[in-house]
Each structure stands twice: as C-alpha cells, then as structure tokens.
Design a protein around this ligand. Structure first.
Ligand SMILES: Nc1ncnc2c1ncn2[C@@H]1O[C@H](COP(=O)(O)OP(=O)(O)O)[C@@H](O)[C@H]1O
Ligand SMILES: O=C(O)C1=C[C@@H](OP(=O)(O)O)[C@@H](O)[C@H](O)C1
Ligand SMILES: [Mg+2]
Length: 196
C-alpha cells in the first residue's frame, strides 16, 4: 500500500521538530517583536509545551510586570527574571518566549545560551512602535517620548540580540507566517550544522 501524501506544512513541522530534538527554542528580541504571540504558535506547531517568562514571573510573584517594576525596580525584576529563566530552561523541549530585556542581562543570557537554541525576532522601529503603542503594559515605555525610548533601546540592545543563534525578520505579515519562518530557520540551522 502506498503512503498517504504528506502536506508541505506537516513536513515543515516534522522537520523542525526533529531538528529541535530535546532542546528548548528561546525567542528573544525587543518589545513588540511578537515573541509571546508567535512563540505560542510555534509551540503548537511543534507539539511542545509553551512558556512565556513574563507570564511565569507574574504567576510566581502574583504581581503584574508593571506592579513589579513599580514596587521593586528594574534591577530586582532582572534578578527574578534570571531565576525564573534558569528554572524554565531546565526541562526540554519547550518553546520559551522571553521578555525583551531577558537576553540583555548577562546572567540570563548565559542561561539561555546553555539552555537551547535562541532565535532573535528582529523588527524595525515602525513595526515595533505600531504594536506596542496600543497597550500600556510595558513599564519601560512610560516615558515622555516612548518612541524615542524604543529607538534608544534598539540601539543599545540590537548588538546583543545579534548573539542569538538564529535571526528571523519580524514584519507585517500574519503571525502564522512568522511562525512558519521560525520553523524554517530551525530546519535550516540543523542542515548547516550537519554540513559543517
Ligand atoms: N506578525 C504580527 N502581525 C500583526 N500583529 C502582531 C504580529 N506579531 C505580534 N503582533 C501583535 O503585536 C503585539 C505585540 O506582540 P507580542 O507577541 O506581545 O510581542 P512581544 O512578546 O515580543 O513583546 C500584540 O498585540 C500582538 O498581537
Ligand atoms: O524589554 C524589556 O525590558 C521588557 C519587555 C517586556 O516583555 P515583552 O518584550 O514581551 O514586551 C517585559 O518583560 C518588561 O516590560 C520589560
Ligand atoms: Mg511578550
């Protein structure tokens, strides 16, 4: 009996799942890049658990990110974030979406590099701004000129995000298209490491 035809989408999913193996896939990048929403779709496609470090931080602290920043400041938030990330990365495979500052913190970055395959969702300022200015849940953008603040963060952080294992351009296309591009990047990375 002949095999049923395998759809292109199924084979991309299967190939990405095989390429990931038991590693975690960790999404990094600036606020608004789509880490939380695209990460969730990628996990569904791969059939592995999804965790978002911000949601996990809010769960363990029983406070919102905004409340944490207001009560304890950014430094304490980063220390908590580092501890939560270390724990989330212990098991695998998982898709882990990080908060935008996680990969910038040296301790957290070390956990991420050790904990799996990192992928930078890279976007330009206008794409990010269009997305983040619709909500006021991001304490770092509560400034007089939040678009300028976002641009300053881009300038400071992009060289660090560039240390991620993989990069995918986050643009104005559907989240499902972005999720497919992430899967494709995972497959391509595996092919390249097999050749070298
Ligand atoms: N590819 C996309 N197309 C349109 N809107 C998007 C896309 N990716 C994310 N968004 C929207 O942009 C906002 C920020 O996305 P989110 O996933 O929270 O980003 P991050 O976690 O990187 O800050 C959300 O409202 C989300 O629905
Ligand atoms: O860039 C940052 O430093 C932050 C990004 C946020 O997550 P998202 O990138 O998911 O918005 C959240 O962790 C916190 O507001 C700080
Ligand atoms: Mg997020």
């Amino acid at each position: 009996m002949s095999e049923p035809p395998v759809s292109v989408a199924d084979s991309l999913r299967d190939r990405a799942r095989a390429a990931l193996g038991s590693r975690n896939l960790i999404l990094v990048g600036l606020m608004g890049a789509g880490k939380s929403s695209v990460g969730r779709l990628v996990a569904q496609q791969l059939g592995v658990p999804f965790v978002d470090s911000d949601i996990e931080i809010e769960r363990v602290s029983r406070m919102t990110i905004t409340e944490l920043f207001a009560a304890y400041g950014e430094e304490e938030f980063r220390a908590l974030e580092a501890r939560v990330m270390k724990r989330l990365l212990k098991g695998g495979p998982r898709v882990v979406s990080t908060g935008g500052g996680a990969f910038i913190n040296a301790r957290t970055r070390k956990h991420i590099k050790k904990g799996g395959l990192s992928i930078w969702l890279k976007a330009d300022l206008d794409v990010l701004w269009d997305r983040v200015n619709k909500r006021d849940t991001r304490p770092l953008l509560k400034t007089e000129n939040p678009k300028q603040t976002l641009e300053n963060l881009m300038n400071a952080r992009y060289p660090v995000y560039a240390e991620a294992d993989l990069t995918v351009l986050s643009r104005d296309v559907r989240k499902e298209v972005m999720a497919d591009e992430v899967l494709r990047a995972v497959v391509e990375a595996q092919k390249e490491s097999a050749v070298s």
